[in-house]
Design a protein around this ligand. Structure first.
Ligand code: G6P
Length: 608
């Protein structure tokens, strides 16, 4: 979603800001802009479309001279993507400029109040009210104006602000939208996400809710919204900066798919110690684990799909009822949480607004929340009571692959741990499960190496209008994710259906040649899924089957079969998803789509 980068120092700001924004491109955006103080006034350049256009307009930043500036990539919420709606926004005489991530929820009232006082608005955005409201309260003291504004606005924000009167300073603030600041020997930085400034500094400070930062060339000061100065400790980022580079792959998505054997290994192996599953961040005794009566899994997008698999696996292995909720639904449906309930939120970014709100809802009702999170230091990681990290490293492609695979493995570990503690898994089964888990990375590798076969098949479907994915039980959860992968990056309409439900409506959409991908990895359901395949085939569908090597029977009903290696059926999702990811990827590549940055989508959805 929107990105923010700001710099004040001894170097030219514009090239640094453009470089930083390019590192945030993956988050999804539709326009970009920069404001640079040139020594006399603040100059602004902005443009709808890719960052490349802003780079060309400013000759890589050269035409915008100055050592202090802020930049932004916008993902439209209020107002269409356009030059006028792009950030930075400014007050009438251009002396105060603002970049903003988040949503000002009471902007209509504020806009009315300011219009009544004679302010004129040029854009349709909620952000523009901030520039005029700052102007309204500014009487020569930026901190005073900021605190007054922050007390009046409702909603979420990460802000970067320039006041022409204070050319040696940048101001920043945050509430419910991520923001970090950092420093090196040449200057200070603000960014909405660490990769934007990782090239310049590894020492960052996470700005907390309702904090203000005042940055100068050589130092930063932190304040509460009531202007009380606070002390903060820096965090040293130890990621490999190369992890955020393509390393010779055509797309980040392909690279990240290829990283899955490592991701699964990294999330799995450190937690198997002497044949025992040790989940450090869980912080629950065996007695507490035995006392769990129900688990609520709450997440969005692919993390929700991982949660769906988690439901089948936890219910199957630990015999604990599991309810899976979309975070956007959970937060507003007054969920019934009862004693003995455990809430698990799953999020790659750790910043998804709805998931964060669901976490807060559960905590407010007195429930401890376990976060299964990828980004260390993210809001969900910091606010959850307990955290189980998926060690997938930075994920850049909007369509998640490796983080999803890591979430699955984290859920398997949790399920086995629960099943073991509660006596639902016997010794022999347990040993065999650990053995199967350890085999997953090599098996994933094997499937990835089969990519040419899937590429050839995918090329036939670049003109497809509709594709359906069907499966039962865990295979339904896999279908949901396979379908999402295809539609989000190739723009082909696709739906996932529980195979048995197809005949209650969706089967009417099957026409001659419609592709139906049938996932069948659960031995006790093989025959049932074959029946559903036969039903769609009889109506003209072309059936692609993803199944286990032993299920040769399926060849009688399928037109094309992809086999996955043998594993415990509870872990089959980790294998069956690989050909489906590759299928979605190659259809999108074949269609010439922007695979890593699909239209209208964002990597980290920080607004509701
Ligand atoms: C966005 C991304 C999806 C992701 C979802 C949840 O829609 O495009 O790939 O699954 O958000 O994100 P989270 O960071 O909470 O896992």
């Amino acid at each position: 979603m929107c990105g923010i980068v700001g710099y004040i120092g001894t170097k030219q700001a514009a090239p640094i800001i453009l470089d930083g924004l390019s590192k945030l491109e993956y988050r999804g955006y539709d326009s970009a802009g920069m404001a640079i103080y040139d020594g006399e006034k603040i100059n602004i350049t902005k443009s709808v479309g890719r960052l490349k256009i802003l780079e060309n307009l400013t000759h890589g930043g050269e035409t915008m001279s100055g050592v202090c500036g802020i930049g932004h990539t916008r993902w439209a919420t209020h107002g269409v993507p356009s030059n006028v709606n792009a950030h930075p926004h400014f007050n009438t005489d251009g002396t105060i400029t603002v970049v903003h991530n988040g949503i000002i929820e009471n902007y209509i009232q504020l806009r009315q109040m300011l219009t009544d006082k004679g302010y004129q608005f040029v854009s349709e955005t909620d952000t523009e009210v901030l520039a005029h409201l700052l102007d309204y309260y500014y009487k020569g003291n930026p901190m005073e104006a900021m605190t007054k504004v922050l007390h009046r606005v409702e909603g979420s924000y990460a802000l970067g602000i320039l006041f022409a009167d204070c050319p040696d300073q940048i101001f920043a603030a945050r509430k419910d939208s991520p923001l970090v600041v950092g420093q090196n020997q040449d200057g200070c930085f603000i960014a909405s996400d660490v990769p934007a400034i990782l090239r310049y500094t590894r020492k960052v400070y996470y700005v907390d809710n309702q904090e203000i930062v005042r940055l100068r060339v050589d130092h930063m000061h932190f304040y509460t919204v009531d202007e009380e100065e606070i002390h903060k400790e820096p965090v040293t980022i130890d990621w490999d900066a190369n992890a955020a580079e393509k390393a010779g792959y055509e797309h980040f998505m392909l690279k990240e798919m290829y990283e899955q054997p490592k991701t699964v290994t990294d999330t799995l192996l450190p937690r198997i110690k002497d044949n025992d599953i040790v989940i450090e961040g869980l912080n629950m005794t065996d007695e507490e684990l035995k006392g769990i009566k129900k688990i609520h899994i709450v997440a969005c997008g692919s993390a929700y799909h991982a949660g769906m698999t988690g439901k089948y696996v936890i219910e199957g292995l630990a015999r604990i009822p599991v309810e899976v909720d979309l975070a956007s639904e959970f937060r507003y449906r007054n969920p019934i949480l009862e004693e003995g309930g455990m809430v698990v939120v799953i999020s790659q970014s750790g910043e998804t607004a709805d998931t964060l709100a669901a976490l807060r809802e559960a905590k407010a009702r007195g429930f401890k929340v376990l976060g299964i999170v990828n980004v260390v230091g993210s809001s969900i990681a910091r606010e959850a009571d307990n955290v189980m990290y998926t060690w997938a490293g930075p994920e850049i492609a909007v369509a998640t692959t490796k983080a999803y695979s890591a979430q699955l493995v984290a859920l398997y570990l949790l399920a086995i741990k629960l099943g073991r503690v509660r006596g639902a898994i016997r010794d022999k089964e347990y040993a065999s499960m650990l053995g199967d888990l350890r085999c997953l990375p090599d098996q994933i590798e094997l499937l990835l190496n089969n990519k040419l076969k899937i590429q050839k098949f995918a090329n036939r479907y670049i003109g497809a209008k509709d594709v359906f994915f069907i499966g039962r039980g865990i295979d339904y959860a896999i279908s949901l994710e396979g379908s999402l992968k295809l539609k989000e990056i190739s723009y082909i309409h696709s739906e996932a259906y529980a195979a048995g439900e197809l005949k209650h409506g969706t089967i009417s959409l099957i026409e001659e040649g419609t592709l139906v991908a049938a996932v069948s990895t659960q031995p006790d359901l093989y025959a049932k899924t074959i029946s559903n395949m036969v039903e769609v085939k009889a109506r003209g569908a072309f059936v692609l089957a993803v199944t286990c090597e032993e299920n040769k029977e399926i060849e009688k009903a399928a037109d094309y079969v992809i086999y996955i290696p043998e594993t415990n059926p509870f872990f089959a999702n980790s294998l069956a998803i690989i050909p489906l990811q590759l299928f979605g990827y190659y259809v999108a590549v074949g269609k010439g789509c922007d695979v890593d940055k699909p239209r209208n989508l964002a990597k980290s959805v920080t607004v509701e």
